[in-house]
Design a protein around this ligand. Structure first.
Ligand code: FSX
Ligand code: SF4
Ligand code: F3S
Length: 387
């Protein structure tokens, strides 16, 4: 696929106007999403066409026990391009946080959207569902969360749990779990597609929805319902600090010499070795230049993983699930405080067979500022291993 194939395509010209980004950026973003999801060649063109021409799927978005961080992460005001994209790809017909309507008006809008799109709408659930005492600890418009979830799920084309709370109970389910908080899947009695993370990575949500729009189904999931493209690898396998772990170089205290030099955070309790997510590859967060929790110097708390986040003490050592060496090693001799570069990380992904530059391209196109590109990564590798 290239820009020329869509040169005189009216729908793409209209899309340029709608999104306020160039066709080129949009097509690069589709290529990045297709690569991220491991889709075959040609999928990116189908995705671009679908976003440009298909009717946007109606989305009903429910909020239960949570902090609204999922929505905040998705609509981050600092990255208006991403917010615009998400709101353009879906038709958000009910969302309590973003709705101008209130009270009966809002309830009426939800029911009429459900009726108009019966069997076709996507139901997105944010937050855990309290089940103790018949669910009285969370009520919206006179209905308990249990009743509302079941009513909305009955006619949905698909239900997606967004965030750890609705995926596996999250923070509200932390023992002693006074409200009997459960996941949306547990309340519905089935495994449903879920995008855990507290908050979850917005690019994983966007990719999942674009997949649904293009192919009429959600991406492949694992046995807990997590899209395989995003949750099949341990964070530890792709972490930019992994070379320090392998070389035995650890930060022992926040602010010590090792911490300032970007060493591995394992001894500060990093749960990357037992947490599945693509955070190190598809960076996200509003802390500046294309970062992620470990990139900022904080150990991963395992926010995507049931039984780890909010269950295991933050500074307890992670269980090492795998001692297999990664496919590519970034160098360990780096400038102080920088750690291996994003470019080197992307090169490691390329060695492993993933599409080179996918993460950087996506980040760049969605408003981030990743300086190193594929060429830089090759140059750096050559400097390390002169032939
Ligand atoms: Fe908050 Fe969402 Fe955490 Fe939960 O995210 S960021 S408490 S996963 O449901 O709003
Ligand atoms: Fe990265 Fe954490 Fe693994 Fe260290 S323990 S390499 S910081 S994921
Ligand atoms: Fe969460 Fe760890 Fe990623 S804390 S956002 S799974 S790095």
């Amino acid at each position: 696929m290239n820009e020329n194939s869509f040169e005189n395509d009216e729908s793409m010209l209209a899309l340029e106007k709608r999104l306020g980004i160039s066709r080129r950026s949009f097509l690069q973003m589709c290529a990045a999403m297709a690569a991220t999801m491991g889709l075959p060649k040609g999928a990116e063109a189908a995705m671009a066409k679908a976003v440009a021409t298909k009717k946007r799927p109606s989305v009903i978005w429910l909020h239960f026990q949570e902090c609204t961080g999922c929505t905040e992460s998705l609509l981050r005001a600092e990255h208006p391009t991403l917010e615009k994209l998400i709101l353009d790809v879906i038709s958000l017909d009910y969302h309590e946080t973003l709705f101008a309507a209130a009270g009966h008006q809002a309830e009426a809008a939800r029911r009429s959207a459900m009726k108009a799109n019966k069997g076709k709408y996507l139901l997105v659930v944010e937050g855990a569902i309290p089940t103790r005492d018949n669910g009285i600890y969370c009520k919206v418009g006179g209905q308990t969360a249990i009743e509302m979830l079941k009513e909305c799920a009955a006619d949905a084309a698909a239900v997606i749990a967004i965030g750890s709370c609705s995926s596996w109970g999250g923070m509200p389910s932390t023992p002693p779990n006074p409200t009997g908080a459960k996941s949306a899947g547990e309340v519905l009695g089935k495994v449903i597609p879920n995008i855990p993370g507290c908050p979850p990575n917005p690019y994983n949500f966007l990719s999942t929805v674009v997949h649904f729009l293009t192919f009429g189904k959600l991406p492949d999931v694992d046995d807990t319902g997590r899209p395989k493209f995003a949750y099949s690898r341990l964070i530890h396998e792709n972490c930019e600090r992994r070379a320090h772990f392998d070389a035995g170089r650890f930060a022992l205290e926040f602010g010590d010499e090792g911490h300032r030099r970007g060493y591995c955070l394992y001894k500060l309790g990093c749960k990357g070795p037992e947490t599945h997510a693509n955070c190190p590859a598809i960076l996200f967060g509003d802390v500046g230049n294309a970062s992620w929790p470990v990139g900022t110097g904080h150990p991963c708390i395992g926010c995507t993983e049931k039984g780890i986040a909010f269950a295991k003490p933050i500074h307890a050592l992670a269980e090492l699930k795998s001692v297999r060496p990664p496919a590519g090693f970034p160098g360990i001799i780096e400038d102080q405080g920088k750690g291996p570069s994003t470019g080197a990380l992307i090169l490691a992904a390329a060695v492993a067979g993933a599409a080179a530059g996918a993460g950087a391209m996506m980040a760049k196109n969605l408003g981030k500022n990743v300086k190193l590109d594929e060429g830089d990564a090759h140059k750096k590798q050559e400097e390390r291993n002169p032939s």
